[in-house]
Design a protein around this ligand. Structure first.
Ligand SMILES: [Fe+2]
Length: 303
């Protein structure tokens, strides 16, 4: 055993010494990956069959990717790694809206006017109408006019347009621009909680681990404004049964919002004709200068 440990030490040193990248950051990243992966082998002591099975899993993960589906992002999400990368890049700033992961379903959204219907598929007739609105401001509450708000969501049965031939391309997506008061709004439907795709290798992994694949109902937003740190985040629908066990580990308390149930009396102002849900979500962006200062202090370093 001692001989094996000495040999593993020698092997690791030899691999590390072989890293001669001129790019210092690349060398740092590769060295760290080598150190951690060698430690993994030393701890787990995989059989050759297990190691090959792991490599085959990663190969299948790559082979499952298409221009409309990214199984590697899904794998990263399901292991909490995307949330970890989000955390190290977007340190919380007092008064700012927290970030959350992008997930695998973002695609370019059609530009739409504020107030537009974004539900152009069969869900418009069957699902609960929902108005989503809010203000984009800085952390002092000053409105940010001309900010872009890129939104995307699933329908009332949990499907994105890219997964569902019955939805037109760009359905339940919009690229909006805030008005002079920093406001954005659109008409949509209440999204459902949904399972991440389970017909690929990542779904097989979840099953093998005894995990459910569900994500609580949510709307995705990416908000950008000049002079401010862009943010990618979610609004989660309060009361969803999966809020406490999101398969992507992306829920933060400040991002959970209860839609208000409104009657037909309130509908005209939102260009609707009957009862609807109102989901209000303001987004507070951090000034770029403040964001740079927050990023300059690595996590774990005493302040
Ligand atoms: Fe999503």
């Amino acid at each position: 055993m001692a001989h094996t440990d000495a040999e593993l030490d020698r092997l690791l040193d030899e691999v590390l010494a072989s890293v001669r990248a001129g790019d210092a950051r690349l060398a740092e990243v590769v060295r760290a990956a080598v150190v951690h992966l060698h430690a993994f082998v030393r701890e787990v002591r995989p059989t050759e069959q297990e190691w090959l099975a792991g490599l085959a899993f990663l190969a299948r993960t790559g082979q499952t990717c298409t221009p409309r589906r990214d199984e590697f992002i899904l794998l990263s999400d399901m292991l909490g790694l995307t949330s970890a990368v989000d955390e190290v890049n977007y340190a919380a700033v007092e008064g700012a809206t927290p970030s959350s992961v992008e997930g695998p379903f973002h695609s370019p959204a059609p530009a739409r006017e504020n107030g537009a219907w974004v539900a152009d598929g069969p869900e418009r007739e069957r699902a609960e109408p929902m108005v989503v609105h809010g203000r984009v401001t800085d952390t002092d509450g000053a409105p940010l006019a001309g900010a872009t708000v890129d939104v995307w969501q699933a329908d009332d049965v949990g499907h994105y347009d890219t997964q569902d031939a019955d939805q037109p391309d760009g359905n339940l997506r919009a690229l909006l621009t805030t008005d002079a008061d920093g406001r954005y709004w659109f008409r949509s439907v209440l999204p459902a909680s949904y399972p991440v795709p389970t017909d690929g290798p990542v779904g097989g992994l979840l099953t093998a681990l005894g995990r459910h694949p569900m994500r609580p109902a949510h709307v995705h937003l990416r908000v950008e404004a000049d002079g401010h740190r862009p943010i990618t985040t979610h609004v989660f629908v309060a009361g969803d049964p999966y809020l406490g066990s999101d398969a992507a580990f992306a829920v933060k308390d400040a991002l959970v919002v209860a839609p208000r149930r409104r009657t037909a009396d309130d509908a005209a102002g939102w260009r609707l004709g009957g009862p609807f849900l109102e989901l209000a979500f303001d987004v507070r962006l951090v000034a770029a200068t403040v964001a740079d200062e927050a990023a300059a202090v690595p996590a774990g370093v005493a302040r």
